[in-house]
Design a binder for this molecule. Structure first.
Ligand code: ADP
Ligand code: MG
Length: 356
């Protein structure tokens, strides 16, 4: 009875708590929020000043008494208070969009996608954070599972599927069969490390110091994994980007042209390590599932799956077909949304949760 009363006022939500981006799905509406997973707070008091896009604007520009944190950097809950603040902030925001309600009336059902490396204790902490933020029921689902569901893969078949979710701080590699994760691995190696690799490369090769944001922009603009095969006489048609940074020697601003070839060279070691992780998970898989994967291919998703030619490189190294998920930045939250709107799914895939 009380549940019905609260659900009348509440929007049930699915949340993808990513290391780089947080996305929120509202039942019946779809994705309503997409913001960076960043919290700005006072250094001493830990009082939250800004969350998401607002906090990102402050990145690298804060005075000494304010810090910006990425609460899930590395795929573990690095800062519990900040994580809790984020969950609460978004649950509130979703409800403030269309009605001004006293917060005590809001008791939504919440499904949260979390990195699979999050420990039992941390899972409990996220779950409690959701309840503390007003959730009537909170469920946690592992991100690779949510990603597979969001990508439209049938996860309950007795056929193995491999999902590789290349995010900002972590790459989640999992083999799913019969609605469960059979083997998985969470690498602390993903998009952020690609940015760092570009940063290091440019510093070593050109003596130029870049900001992290600039390195990320270069990666997104001209990052690639695979050299396109061209005929002998075909002219090189590689892209370039003009980057600005600080000259290490003179300390003055300087700009230079960076080629696609150079960026590929910088990214190669990181991409190779991710592929090694994939190979290790394949080795650990039961042979029956390996043969399924050989047939069905590897699904890659997450922002990092958008590096041009990464699918081809994985294919070349593993000899297994690779499929890039459609709209890879939203697969996890779409999966959370699907689970939220389909109670039968929820009861089959949830990791932790349920108040009743
Ligand atoms: P998370 O789930 O960890 O929050 P996301 O799946 O949102 O991560 O992916 C974020 C990462 O994807 C960042 O490192 C970002 O730089 C990278 N990214 C986003 N778009 C692209 C692109 N077009 N090419 C390469 N990398 C991208
Ligand atoms: Mg993610």
């Amino acid at each position: 009875m009380l549940n019905k009363f609260f659900s009348f006022f509440s929007h049930d939500v699915g949340i993808d708590l990513g290391t780089a981006n947080t996305l929120v799905w509202v039942r019946g509406k779809g994705i309503v929020i997409r913001e960076p997973s960043i919290v700005a707070m006072h250094k001493k008091t830990k009082q939250v000043i800004a969350i998401g896009t607002e906090a990102k604007k402050m990145l690298g520009k804060t005075p000494a008494n304010i810090i910006t944190v990425r609460p899930l950097r590395g795929g573990v809950i690095a800062d519990f208070d900040a994580t809790q603040a984020m969950i609460e902030h978004y649950i509130r925001e979703v409800h403030e969009v269309d009605r001004k309600l006293p917060f005590s009336f809001i008791h939504p059902k919440v499904v949260i996608g979390i990195p699979s490396a999050v420990t039992e204790v941390e899972r409990r902490a996220v779950w409690e954070a959701a309840l503390a933020a007003g959730a009537r029921e909170a469920y946690l689902i592992e991100e690779p599972m949510a990603a597979a569901i969001g990508a439209g893969v049938s996860v309950f078949q007795p056929t193995g599927v491999m999902v590789v979710d290349i995010g900002g701080g972590t790459t989640e590699i999992a083999i799913i069969s019969l609605g469960g994760i059979v083997v998985n691995k969470s690498l602390k190696l993903a998009g952020d490390d690609m940015d760092q690799a570009i940063l290091h490369y440019v510093r070593l090769r050109h003596g130029l110091l870049l900001g992290e944001k600039t390195a990320e922009d270069i990666k997104i603009k001209i990052g690639s994994a695979f050299e396109p095969k061209r005929k002998a006489k075909e002219p090189e048609n590689e892209e370039m980007a003009v980057v600005r940074g600080r000259d290490i020697e003179t300390g003055l601003p300087k700009s230079l042209r960076l080629t696609e070839v150079e960026v590929r060279e910088a990214l190669a070691p990181v991409l190779s390590q991710i592929i090694e992780g994939i190979a290790e998970v394949l080795e650990e898989a039961p042979p029956e599932l390996t043969s399924d994967i050989l047939e069905r291919g590897i699904l890659i998703t997450g922002g990092g799956a958008q590096i041009r030619g990464f699918d081809k490189l994985i294919m070349e190294r593993t000899q297994i077909p690779v499929i890039v998920a459609e709209d890879p930045l939203t697969t996890v939250v779409r999966g959370c949304g699907e689970v939220l709107e389909n109670p039968a799914l929820l009861s089959r895939v949830r990791v932790t949760g349920g108040l009743q």
